[in-house]
Design a protein around this ligand. Structure first.
Ligand SMILES: NC(=O)c1ccc[n+]([C@@H]2O[C@H](COP(=O)([O-])OP(=O)(O)OC[C@H]3O[C@@H](n4cnc5c(N)ncnc54)[C@H](O)[C@@H]3O)[C@@H](O)[C@H]2O)c1
Length: 283
């Protein structure tokens, strides 16, 4: 039987229909239209089926977060479906999944593109959430470079010497820089494009959350992950549902005075590092 759902429901646009993103969409998605966007058609189909059978209204759109035109088309599709009240960006690749240049392209520039494109379609009173990472707190970046990462127009980011292929030495460094840049771009957008649209935007920096992406990291660097987790106050990994609970709050009316901020949810890993309980081996 075909159900005829009402149009003009508020829209949740999710870029990167992965584990954390879908957990957040599920948490806030009842009675709204959820637009799933992902580069993988297979992933889109599987996630859409899972959500639909749980009663959610779902549309899908194949999108490459690295490609500005593709992200623009995704944002426009969201706007055609109804008022875009929520935008969630979780498209990303981790250090053991991709080369440094791809991580810069996807996790850093791709996020900057999405923030720009969704500022154009977000509804008044709407809110955005970017999933960054605890790694954004793991390296000191020169304040002048941070300013460039925060304020350089998105199309010019690729020209920054700091992000050139030879300067970003490995995928780990690329990931750390990209996730720190996410905090900075969110902060700038909150004050400028998103603020002008009367919308809010924040980020969450998760620690180790068990998802397929995290398994790729465990498999490559298991022992150091284990030690890092043992040094943290929580002494455990986190779940997508824990990120979804905080994400739902930041996206909600209850957080209407919160914008441009990052919420670190890492079970105390960064505190352990900053208290010399755990020493990072970053090259
Ligand atoms: N899992 C963790 O421990 C952890 C910790 C900190 C931060 N993060 C970050 O959280 C975000 C979500 O990760 P997750 O653990 O839910 O992983 P996930 O692999 O379940 O989700 C990531 C999604 O992004 C999609 N994607 C990849 N490239 C894309 C592209 N070019 N265009 C559109 N979509 C694309 C993937 O297909 C996937 O569905 C990522 O940005 C990741 O870096 C993860």
């Amino acid at each position: 039987m075909e159900f005829n759902f009402n149009q003009n429901k508020s829209v949740i646009a999710l870029l990167g229909a992965g584990s954390m993103g879908c957990a957040i969409a599920k948490r806030i998605g009842a009675g709204k239209t959820i637009l799933l966007g992902d580069v993988s058609e297979k992933n889109l189909e599987a996630r859409a089926a899972e959500l639909r059978t749980s009663g959610y209204i779902v549309e899908t759109h194949q999108v490459d977060a690295c490609d500005a035109l593709s992200v623009r088309a995704f944002a426009q599709k969201a706007a055609l479906l109804g008022p875009v009240k929520y935008f969630i960006d979780t498209a990303g690749a981790s250090p053991n999944q991709a080369k440094p240049e791809h991580i810069v392209k996807l996790d850093l520039i791709g996020t900057a593109i999405a923030i720009d494109e969704f500022a154009k379609v977000i509804a008044e009173g709407g809110s955005g959430l970017v999933i960054s990472s605890q790694t954004g707190y793991m390296m000191h970046i020169d304040p002048e470079v941070e300013k460039l990462l925060a304020l350089t127009p998105t199309e010019k980011l690729v020209e920054l010497d700091y992000l050139k292929k030879d300067a970003v030495v490995n995928s780990g460094a690329a990931y750390i820089i990209a996730k720190r840049a996410n905090h900075l771009r969110v902060r700038t957008a909150a004050a400028t494009t998103w603020g002008d649209a009367r919308a809010r935007i924040n980020s969450i920096s998760p620690g180790v959350i068990v998802t397929p992406l995290a398994y790729d990291e465990f498999n490559a660097a298991g022992e150091s992950y284990q030690k890092m987790i043992e040094a943290s106050a929580a002494r455990r990994v986190g779940t997508s549902e824990e990120i979804a609970a905080a994400g739902a709050f930041l996206l909600s009316e209850e957080a209407s005075f919160i914008t441009g901020t990052d919420l670190l949810i890492d079970g105390g890993v960064i505190a352990a590092i900053e208290s010399d309980r755990y020493s990072l081996n970053i090259r």
